[in-house]
Write a protein that binds this ligand. Structure first.
Ligand SMILES: *Cc1c(COP(=O)(O)O)cnc(C)c1O
Length: 222
């Protein structure tokens, strides 16, 4: 390895505007790697499987100030685990899931932060609201008072060129602005979770407030 994890974290952190939160996506990597990233200053970690996250968190209990972000597809039967284990859920992809999380959050007496996952372009491999669907569901989402709806998350379909990716991110930004102008009491649009290892710079240029970086920090996932 040419550069160390610490060097990569330092370099990428320095390249990001201070307003952008770097989430280290540690899925498939062991808790020792999380520890090393923590030692290099990272406090936000992203995982996409409940079981895997639960066992890593158990090994990392001494690192009490980690903020955990769930970024994977969330099945309804794992919703309770997700709320218990994670501070943020970026991948809320349907009204039904939002309402389930809201109900569970009320029962558990917590108010998880969430992002609404949107699909700007059709993508059979991903969940999320299309733009018209999301606009339609906003009144019902606004009723989910136990959720702190913070903004939008998007993942461009695979195989786009840079200009097409920029379009997806710009459209997501504009959608957030349009929703913001509607002044919902419980749907905030302060956060945009946009950008992974291959496209985070485009995300930042388009107004991302959170980037989700795995490979570029930890290396290839086997
Ligand atoms: C795996 C994953 C990432 C990180 O991807 P890299 O290309 O390794 O940076 C980001 N977001 C989501 C939703 C992911 O599943």
């Amino acid at each position: 390895m040419i550069s160390s994890l610490r060097e990569r974290i330092t370099k990428i952190s320095a390249s990001l505007p201070p307003s952008v939160r770097l989430i280290a996506v540690s899925k498939t990597f062991p808790s020792e790697d999380i520890r090393a990233a923590y030692a290099a200053g990272i406090r936000d970690f992203g995982e996409n499987r409940i079981q895997e996250a639960a066992s890593k968190q158990a090994e990392l209990q001494d690192l009490a100030d980690i903020t955990w972000h769930f970024i994977g597809r969330l099945q309804s039967n794992k919703a309770k685990n997700a709320i218990e284990l994670f501070d943020w859920i970026h991948s809320v992809d349907s009204l039904k899931l939002a309402q389930r999380l809201n109900q569970l959050a009320q029962q558990l007496g917590v108010t998880p932060r969430i992002c609404l996952q949107v699909k700007i372009l059709p993508d059979p491999n991903k969940g999320g609201w299309t733009v018209p669907e999301l606009l339609h569901d906003l009144p019902a989402l606004n009723q989910c008072k136990n959720l702190q709806i913070q903004g939008l998350m998007t993942i461009p379909p695979l195989g786009l060129n840079d200009a097409e990716i920029v379009n997806v991110f710009d459209s997501t930004y504009k959608l957030a602005q349009a929703i913001k102008e509607q002044n919902w009491s419980h749907v905030k649009m302060e956060e945009l979770s946009m950008g992974m290892s291959g496209d985070y710079q485009l995300g930042v240029q388009a107004g991302a407030t959170m980037v989700r970086l795995g490979t570029i920090l930890f290396g290839d996932r086997s």
